[in-house]
Design a protein around this ligand. Structure first.
Ligand SMILES: C[S@@+](CC[C@H](N)C(=O)[O-])C[C@H]1O[C@@H](n2cnc3c(N)ncnc32)[C@H](O)[C@@H]1O
Length: 261
């Protein structure tokens, strides 16, 4: 039987592991997003697009923001719902961003590592429609790169040998590049948004090898490989590392304001 899986919605296959091993977003990022916007979001709620297991949802809810968290994958949404159960002001909506039909305008739209999974033809207009004039758009991604050059080169060789179709794009986006490449180029050129800004956060951290291998298995490209390729790849990677894997993590945040209508 031919497998017909949607690469945008394979994360639920490993929802628990995803939640456990994907690095948290920097606390400073959440503060920067909140400070960029109007105090108290002007009395409006925040919208989390592609909320997943709620890593970002929880961080913003913990700042006292009311959040509508939109997530299409049931297994991810189950973890999300448990995670945010203690916040009375967080609502979980099981839908894609495209199917979500809000009856309100939001004071903030944020999306962590999910904006690239939304539909290209509609994502910016849906965001512009969902936001009140002057409200904040905040898009962010963590980028985890093996911090030792020789170890990283060895990892690339293992991927090239077992899964040459996988594109390893672990070059962090620099402040110079951010408005020249996607999504900065599209956001900066969009008539509905203004006052674009970016922030970059860096840290170095060693993670247990099992967690690094778990992280690799939460990537959509990995999940879409045939099971035998996944197994060979994991065996090859396991042989490379000692107890820990040194990571350089760069988080990129893009900010913009919805222009007044
Ligand atoms: C890499 S995960 C990131 C989850 C979460 N934002 C985080 O920071 O951990 C991407 C999420 O986007 C969701 N997703 C995929 N396509 C989507 C769409 N069209 N609309 C909304 N969410 C989508 C996936 O189900 C998945 O949970």
């Amino acid at each position: 039987m031919t497998e017909r899986r949607n690469p945008a919605q394979v994360f639920g296959e490993v929802a628990g592991e995803f939640d456990r091993v994907r690095p948290a977003y920097p606390a400073a990022l959440v503060d920067d997003v909140v400070n960029y916007g109007r105090p108290g979001l002007g009395g409006l709620r925040a919208l989390d697009v592609g909320a997943g297991t709620g890593r970002a949802t929880e961080a913003f809810a913990a700042k006292g923001l009311p959040v509508v968290a939109v997530e299409p994958d049931d297994a991810m949404a189950d973890v999300l719902a448990r995670r945010v159960a203690r916040f009375a002001d967080v609502q979980v909506v099981r839908a894609t961003f495209e199917d979500f039909r809000p009856a309100e305008r939001f004071g903030l739209l944020f999306s962590g590592e999910a904006w690239h999974w939304t539909v290209p033809e509609t994502r910016w207009s849906l965001a512009a429609d969902a936001l009140e004039g002057g409200a904040t758009l905040a898009l962010f991604w963590n980028n985890e790169r093996i911090a030792e050059a020789a170890l990283r080169a060895a990892m690339l060789r293992v991927f090239a040998r077992h899964a040459p179709s996988v594109v390893i794009s672990d070059e962090p986006v620099t402040a110079e590049q951010v408005w020249r490449q996607w999504p900065g180029d599209e956001l900066a050129g969009h008539a509905a948004f203004e006052s674009c800004a970016s922030r970059h956060y860096q840290c170095q951290r060693s993670v247990p090898t099992a967690d690094f291998l778990g992280l690799a298995q939460t990537r959509s490209q990995f999940r879409m490989l045939p099971p035998s390729t996944r197994r060979d790849l994991l065996e090859g990677l396991t042989q490379l590392f000692g107890d820990e894997v040194p990571l350089a993590i760069v988080t990129t945040l893009l900010l913009a304001r919805r222009r007044q209508r």
